[in-house]
Design a protein around this ligand. Structure first.
Ligand SMILES: *Cc1c(COP(=O)(O)O)cnc(C)c1O
Length: 523
């Protein structure tokens, strides 16, 4: 099908519709072709004079052909990007129950603070004497993170949770090497309920990964950890609260067992939102833990990023923290950039070109200061309360894999309740899109069949949770009543229907090629 410009409309989408439109648009939801499809090579939105003749100094390497970038006029460019932005579903458009991701409201106050010129306009290569305020803010944020976690050091620079994992595990590796055990301690234990980044991180820096089971009750048991421990074990990477939404009740015993066996305890802190102000991971025996500022401390996620994943370290690992870090010097605060300036410490190196994400540091500290310690504790309590409210609201219809025990900040369902309905977890998630909700996390954690992991966060109101529960109840009852049609073709109302996600992941099309010229005669 062709639209008015004679270009193909979004691959047959309109024909799925009972009332196909000429343009392929659905009312004010407009299809938006690629820039390459609408742009013209001869067009530009700016007036630039032809360059004067000059002799290139590229030794024959200069481009001779057309650059091949499509151009748009200013209004066309504006519309293109605004339409694209409107296709995005974000936390500012609605509830975003993606488990393990903590998609919560980012208070606008934090945005204001991050845009203050003294923070927003600093340059990483500015003389340190001109950025004393920014360094002080970094030091203050570090102090808060150490206070909230009960740890002795923090590396602020990692730029994501997974990057913080890498920095923390590199500190562990450096500590092991400093003890002369680098050649013997080469195994890292990872529970089979872990987030995929945990085994990936361990493998990336040369450790062998050994799985520890998560039991029927969703917990990691100290006997299983002890059975896997030996002189070859460098560390365990454990998430707490874990990816099943449960607090690990044996965490203190697990930490002790690791330490007795000469290993280190890496805690994946992505779920810190559930326990801030209630428990300090340092008191539980952890040696390293990354904190996703973009989850717990409400800095923007994903496309709204960049993220930040500071990693806190125990006293045993503190000397190995990477550069750069802020230190009080004789004439003010200084940024220690090189290992040989670090005094007694033995930094393992550095993980970022500069000092990390300044804008995220400002947002996170603004969040902490505006909430206060009581506010942060209240936020964790409300996150847990909201998840349990959803659990209670759906428990009679949807099955929970670990019995009817209370959860932390996210609630996990499995697909036992969908048995014999002909509806799968995926179908159910897709039908949620028709109802205007971003689906929850599905098929993770892997230890649960057909998992659905819902994390409402503390930033949803009771009215919002009630509507969400009512919607899921309506869908669940429809599935049980045999209304398979509502699910198998869903989403029916989205601009795109079901995509072949496997093909998209396995053979992504990364290069645009011009379509064959449109045949006028075909009309
Ligand atoms: C989000 C998450 C990570 C990774 O964090 P990124 O910031 O996305 O790199 C690791 N572990 C768990 C449990 C997570 O939820």
């Amino acid at each position: 099908m062709l639209n008015r410009q004679g270009r193909p409309t979004a691959a047959g989408q309109a024909s799925d519709n009972a009332h196909p439109t000429f343009t392929g648009n659905k009312a004010l939801a407009q299809v938006e072709p690629l820039l390459f499809e609408i742009g013209r090579y001869e067009t530009t939105g700016v007036d630039i004079d032809e360059p004067e003749a000059f002799a290139p100094r590229l030794g024959g390497m200069e481009r001779t052909g057309e650059i091949g970038l499509p151009g748009l006029s200013e209004p066309e460019a504006m519309r293109h990007y605004v339409r694209l932005s409107q296709k995005n579903y974000g936390i500012d458009s609605g509830l975003f129950p993606l488990g393990s991701c903590t998609m919560k409201h980012n208070p606008r106050l934090n945005e204001r603070m991050a845009r203050l010129p003294g923070f927003g306009d600093v340059h990483p290569l500015q003389p340190v004497s001109t950025v004393q305020g920014a360094l002080e803010l970094m030091q203050e944020l570090a102090r808060y993170l150490m206070t909230l976690t009960g740890t002795q050091a923090v590396a602020l620079s990692p730029k994501a949770g997974a990057h913080g994992e890498l920095a923390g595990m590199m500190a562990i590796k450096a500590a092991i090497e400093a003890k002369g055990e680098g050649a013997s301690r080469r195994t890292v234990l990872v529970p089979d309920s872990a987030h995929g980044t945990n085994p990936a991180t361990a493998a990336l820096i040369g450790f062998q990964v050994k799985a520890v089971p998560a039991r029927e009750d969703g917990w990691v048991h100290v006997e299983d950890v002890k059975a896997a421990l030996g002189p070859d074990v460098a560390a365990i990477m454990l998430t707490n609260p874990n990816t099943c939404g449960l607090f690990e009740p044996q965490i203190v015993e697990i930490a002790r067992a690791l330490h007795d066996a000469g290993g280190y305890f890496y805690c994946d802190g992505a779920n810190f939102n559930a326990i801030v102000g209630k428990a300090r991971p340092g008191d539980l025996g952890i040696d390293a833990m990354h904190i996703n500022l973009h989850k717990t401390f409400s800095t923007p996620h994903g496309g709204g990023g960049p993220g930040a994943g500071p990693v806190v370290l125990s006293e045993r690992l503190a000397p190995f923290a990477p550069v750069p870090f802020v230190r009080q010097g004789a004439s003010g605060l200084e940024l220690v950039e090189h290992a040989d300036e670090a005094g007694e410490a033995q930094p393992f190196g550095r993980v970022t070109a500069f000092h990390g994400q300044m804008g995220m540091y400002v947002r996170a500290l603004s969040y902490m200061l505006s909430h206060g310690s009581d506010g942060m504790r209240r936020a964790s309590e409300d996150a847990v309360l909201n998840a349990n409210y959803i659990r209670a609201g759906l428990a009679d219809l949807m099955s929970q894999p670990f019995g009817d025990k209370p959860c932390m900040h996210e609630v996990l369902f499995d697909d036992t309740w969908l048995k014999d309905t002909g509806v799968t977890t995926l179908d159910f998630a897709k039908a949620m899109i028709d109802e205007g909700y971003h689906p929850m996390t599905v098929y993770f954690p892997l230890v649960v069949h057909g998992a659905m992991l819902i994390e409402p966060t503390e930033s949803e109101s009771k009215a919002s949770l009630d509507l969400f529960i009512a919607t899921l109840r309506d869908l669940a009852m429809a599935a049980k009543a045999g209304d398979r049609d509502r699910f198998v073709g869903a989403p029916y109302h989205a601009p795109r229907r079901r995509l072949d996600e496997t093909r998209a992941a396995r053979s992504p099309v990364l290069r645009w090629t011009p379509p064959a010229p449109v045949q006028e005669a075909a009309e």
